[in-house]
Design a protein around this ligand. Structure first.
Ligand SMILES: [Zn+2]
Length: 431
């Protein structure tokens, strides 16, 4: 049966980094979204849609904002239990917190429990699609795909591959990484709403042989994505130089093994050389900005303004649990703050675009998700724009929609999430 959701609505008609906000967005103060069989079939004014679809079941969200669900373009669901762990920088953080926790995913029951908890937490924060790393254990990949399938949820995931510089119990081999990744890819990629991403953690934890094997796998399955990390911290970059003395730079450790291409997702990408930027732009690979993680672990400032101006494909992400929040609202706020520190005040339309259409574009899923438009899959978030007293007293003074929504971007969290819809069904609150 057709469902008609009423409230304020926001649609992107262009990329607000490369078009005027007034031309890139369509906002209805009293709008509607028609949902049928998991798809958005119409958007418009509430009055027009009511008149055209008198049989539709109506859910009226009042003054709340209905928009595309948030898309987190880089996360580690196995780190759910260690989010907000104190006081380390990247390599220490991995050794002290991440690797011991990831060892626990040898237990499929623990993986299943964590995957379900993670998807519950992210849905409670309005996130409807995630690109996640798993652990080296194939069961950790099955656990996340199974949990997403049970929720009809679009998901991107892959087995994390590491065959060196990781503790016992967390290393595979070049051959097993290839074999296990291929088996998981053939099992899950394109099944329902699942997409597989070939996933070397990062160059320091893969031998050249493993990177080469994964490059070969990607060449055999070019419609898959490839996700990894790039140039997050300066001492990490020095380590990469020592491990790969012949490489021109960090990116070259991927490029020379067939791991740079369209469909590549490079998390962080903070300290890039001119050659790296040029090559990433040339092949149109995606850079994934992880602002809460970059400040939490002390990594540095992503150059959003310059990289966008140069035409890079950029998504936004929490990087849970190196990131300090499951909330894409909190992540947008951190992106705004880092923008300010690098001389670019991101407009609220740009922040909301990054968290939806921008991330969908990075994941090459923008023909399916990331916008409130007819033909798109019905993954939605409904935001209360006065969810706390502090936000309410600010938003009530707003002179226009952007001024009304910005306090929720800066001060909002899961209390602002009125509803999350996945594939045409309200998963929060449950219907
Ligand atoms: Zn990461």
């Amino acid at each position: 049966m057709a469902q008609l959701l009423l409230g304020q609505t926001l649609t992107f008609t262009a990329d607000p980094f490369h078009a005027l906000v007034s031309e890139a967005t369509r906002h209805e103060r009293r709008g509607g979204v028609l949902v049928e069989d998991g798809k958005i079939t119409a958007t418009g004014t509430a009055d027009d849609l009511r008149a055209a679809h008198p049989q539709a079941k109506i859910t009226d969200y009042g003054d709340a904002l209905i928009m595309a669900g948030f898309i987190d373009a880089h996360a580690h669901y196995p780190q759910t239990g260690i989010i907000a762990s104190w006081g380390k920088r990247l390599i220490d953080w991995l050794n002290t917190y991440t690797f011991p926790e990831e060892t626990r995913f040898t237990d499929p029951a623990y993986a299943a429990k964590t995957a379900a908890r993670y998807l519950d937490l992210t849905a409670a924060n309005g996130t409807t699609t995630i690109a996640s790393f798993c652990t080296i254990h194939p069961a950790s990949v099955d656990a996340l795909f199974d949990a997403a399938k049970a929720r009809d949820q679009r998901i991107v995931a892959g087995k994390t591959c590491m065959d060196r510089n990781a503790p016992d119990g967390l290393r595979d081999t070049a051959k097993s990484a290839y074999d296990d990744s291929r088996a998981l890819l053939e099992k899950w990629h394109g099944l329902g709403r699942a997409s597989y991403a070939i996933t070397p953690r990062f160059s320091p934890t893969s031998t050249p042989e493993q990177l080469e094997a994964l490059g070969a796998l990607w060449a055999e399955h070019p419609d898959c994505l490839m996700q990894t990390h790039l140039s997050e911290q300066l001492d990490e970059i020095e380590w990469v130089q020592r491990l790969f003395p012949k490489a021109r730079d960090y990116l070259d450790t991927y490029e020379s093994f067939g791991l740079l291409g369209e469909g590549g997702l490079f998390g962080h990408a903070i300290h890039l050389t001119e050659r790296e930027k040029a090559r990433l732009r040339e092949v149109d690979a995606a850079l994934i900005h992880c602002p809460t993680s970059n400040t939490f672990i002390g990594s540095g400032l992503f150059q959003m303004g310059a990289l966008m101006a140069a035409g890079h494909r950029i998504g936004l992400a929490t990087d849970t649990g190196g990131g300090s929040s499951f909330s894409m609202l909190r992540t947008m706020a951190a992106a705004y703050e880092i923008g300010q520190l690098t001389g670019t005040a991101l407009h609220p339309a740009q922040l909301l675009w990054l968290a939806t259409s921008g991330s969908a574009r990075a994941l090459r899923l923008d023909d399916k998700i990331g916008n409130l438009a007819a033909g798109m899959e019905a993954d939605l978030v409904v935001l209360e724009l006065a969810a706390t007293p502090a936000i309410a007293q600010r938003s009530e003074r707003a002179n226009d929609f952007w001024e009304q929504v910005f306090p929720t971007i800066m001060m909002g969290d899961d209390r602002a999430i009125v509803a999350t819809w996945i594939n045409g069904k309200a998963v929060l609150p449950r219907s």
